[in-house]
Each structure stands twice: as C-alpha cells, then as structure tokens.
Design a protein around this ligand. Structure first.
Ligand code: ADP
Ligand code: DP6
Ligand code: CO
Length: 329
C-alpha cells in the first residue's frame, strides 16, 4: 500500500431559509434560483480521503459499511474533478460518517460533499480556500456549496456564462443566535432523493416556472430580514419559500409529496405557537421532517411542544455553526 495523500475534514449540514429547488437546463449543476441558508453546529459529517496508488477503483465506506454504487459514483465524480485539476491518477479510499440520518431530508449531501471537497483538496494540495471548496462541492450537490462557509450563506442563481459559482457568506455565525429544532418524524432514507425529485419537478410541474419567477423576490426579503435580525419578517418569507417550493413539487406529474401526517401536524402547531406570541417558524426540505427556527428564550417551550405532537419521534437541536475545515482545525 502506498498512500500519496491523506486528509480528514469535518463539515456541517445547512438548512435553507430561501430554498433552492431545480437546476438550470444548461449543465454544470447550476441552481435555477438564489438560496440562503444557515450552517448548523450540532450535526456533522467527518470524512477521511486517502489517495493510494495501489487501488484500482475508488472506495467509499459510509457509516461503517461499503457504500452502494449510487453514492460511490457521486463521490467518484468529485474525485475525478480533483484528479483532472491536479494531474493525479490514483484512486482514493474515502471513509465517511454522518452523526445524523443520511439521505433523509436533513441535508446530508450538503455536509458530505463540503467535507469531501475539503478533504480531497487538502490531500492533493489543491486550494482549501472556502470559495474553491464551495465551487468544487457545488458541482456534486448544490446545497453543499453553502456548507463550505459557516453562519449565514447565500448562493445566487446560475447564469449561462458561469464557469465557477461559489457561495458567499453574508453574516457570521454569531450574527444572530437563532436556534433550529428539528422535529424528526421518520427514521430511514426518503424514497425520492433531492436531485431526482427536483429533476422530476423541472420536467413535469406546470408550477415550476412560477416558482423560478417568484423565488428571487422572496430571496431578497429573506436576505434583508436576516441582516436586520427580524424574526417576524424572516418567518413569513421563509415559510413562503418552503411552501412554494413544495407546491411546485406537489404539482409535478405524478405529484411529489415529501410530507406525512406528522409533518402537517407540526406545521399547524408551529403556527399555533406563533399565534400565542412565541417566536417560531418552520421550514421543510425534501423529506418529512420539519425544522423549526426560534430564539434561545423560547427553545425549551418549542422543544417541549414539538415532542408532544403524535408522530414526532425525537428532536435534534442545532444553532449556527462554522464552515468546512480540517478535523481538529
Ligand atoms: P439529503 O436530504 O440527506 O441531503 P440527498 O438526496 O440530497 O438527501 O442526498 C443524499 C445522498 O448524499 C446519499 O444518497 C449519498 O449519495 C450522499 N451522501 C450523504 N452522506 C454522505 C457521506 N457522508 N459521504 C458520501 N456521500 C454521502
Ligand atoms: C430542499 O443540494 O440536495 O434541501 O444539488 O441535486 O444535490 P442536489 O440537491 P440538494 O438539494 C437541496 C434541496 C433542499 C433546499 C435547499 O437546501 O436549498
Ligand atoms: Co441534499
């Protein structure tokens, strides 16, 4: 065995306040709409990449087991870009672990490919500057571009002329002590992955063009509300972004419904909390879980309320966190 480069990186998932859903029709994995997220401390992916000139193919161990061909192919896609940029030919052994559910709508692709982009770049001497890691990660999973950075992070829509498109940090993690409480409503992976779900939406939903037309204005409201630390304005616009994204998916043919009964029960309860004066709003990704944003003084009340809803199995608490980095760095 001859190891020619090795690095271990950590990254956190991020939750979008302004949702990305759908790619531009021209290649390069460019998003059709602008998005804005917060990177979350409290959930992590840890990834080690080892280039080894005795390997005859890339290997991926995910959560202690050899990964299926689909996830391995996605990892190889990123490693092929690193090999092309550095002139290397060696294959790599990748060992990765998520300390939260994988492929379940909790943004594992975001932390996974931000960590992999960082580790593979560090192992081969490519730049580990956040914009370089962000652009490399974005080519495999668009949401991963945002996890290269900590705090509040924006990613504009792609344009036909874009060669590179990294995310942009808009405020650091200590800008606003928002709390995120994830109401976990199912265990196990979702049936339809994000890439597949959005492709189906682009291809078949008559509401997809309306989503693309409307998203920039919602994005602008969300950006302004984050900078102003205005939770009422942010909640109204972020809930609209999540609901309009899901409306476009639900209107696909056949309709794509990521929600279950408990998902809807949580949405109803969050609105009830808000009507009682508790600062809380929801967002939903491509999965049945609901992420509830609140402020530190209401965290205990919101958590207790969520845990009483039938179908909420457990909660995970998170707050704004840092960007992708070397493990221990
Ligand atoms: P999620 O909502 O979890 O982001 P996606 O459908 O977007 O769901 O992405 C899930 C996919 O991301 C997995 O099927 C796998 O290909 C990839 N993935 C997730 N975690 C890892 C990891 N730690 N290392 C490599 N690939 C991963
Ligand atoms: C609903 O980034 O997972 O979480 O680019 O195909 O990998 P690919 O999809 P992904 O999609 C995330 C969609 C979302 C909203 C968001 O994170 O902005
Ligand atoms: Co994802």
């Amino acid at each position: 065995m001859s190891i020619t480069g090795r690095a271990t990186a950590v990254a956190h998932p991020n939750i979008a306040l302004a949702k990305y859903w759908g790619k531009r029709r021209f290649g390069h994995n460019l998003p059709a709409v602008p998005s804005l997220s917060v990177t979350l401390a409290g959930l992590s992916t840890l990834t080690t990449v080892e280039f080894d000139d005795t390997l005859t193919a890339d290997e991926l161990h995910l959560g202690g087991r050899p990964a299926a061909p689909g996830p391995l192919a996605r990892v190889t896609g990123l490693l092929d870009r690193v090999r092309a940029a550095t002139g290397r030919r060696e294959h790599a052994r990748v060992v990765s672990h998520n300390d939260f559910p994988t492929a379940a709508g909790l943004a594992s692709s975001a932390s996974a490919f931000a960590a992999l982009a960082f580790a593979a770049s560090a192992a081969t001497g490519l730049s580990t500057a956040p914009d370089a890691v962000s652009d490399l990660a974005r080519r495999t999973s668009v949401s991963a571009a945002r996890s290269a950075y900590g705090g509040f992070v924006a990613l504009r829509a792609g344009e036909p002329a874009d060669e590179v498109l990294p995310a942009t940090p808009i405020a650091p993690e200590d800008h606003w002590p928002l709390r995120v409480i994830i109401a976990v409503t199912a265990e196990g992976p979702k049936d339809v992955g994000s890439s597949e779900g959005m492709k189906h939406t682009v291809d078949t939903s008559p509401y997809f063009p309306a989503w693309v037309d409307d998203a920039p204005a919602l994005y602008a409201r969300i950006h302004a509300a984050v900078l102003a630390r205005d939770i009422a304005a942010l909640g109204a616009a972020a809930e609209a972004s999540a609901l309009r994204m899901h409306a476009s998916a639900i209107a696909a043919d056949p309709g794509l419904l990521y929600w279950t009964g408990p998902t809807v029960a949580v949405l109803t309860e969050v609105r009830r909390l808000r009507a009682r004066g508790t600062p809380a709003f929801f967002t939903i990704d491509a999965g049945p879980h609901v992420k509830v944003f609140t402020l530190p003084e209401a965290e205990a009340e919101v958590t207790a309320t969520l845990l009483q809803i039938p179908g909420v199995l457990r909660t995970i608490s998170a707050k704004p966190g840092g960007g992708a980095r070397l493990d221990g760095g």
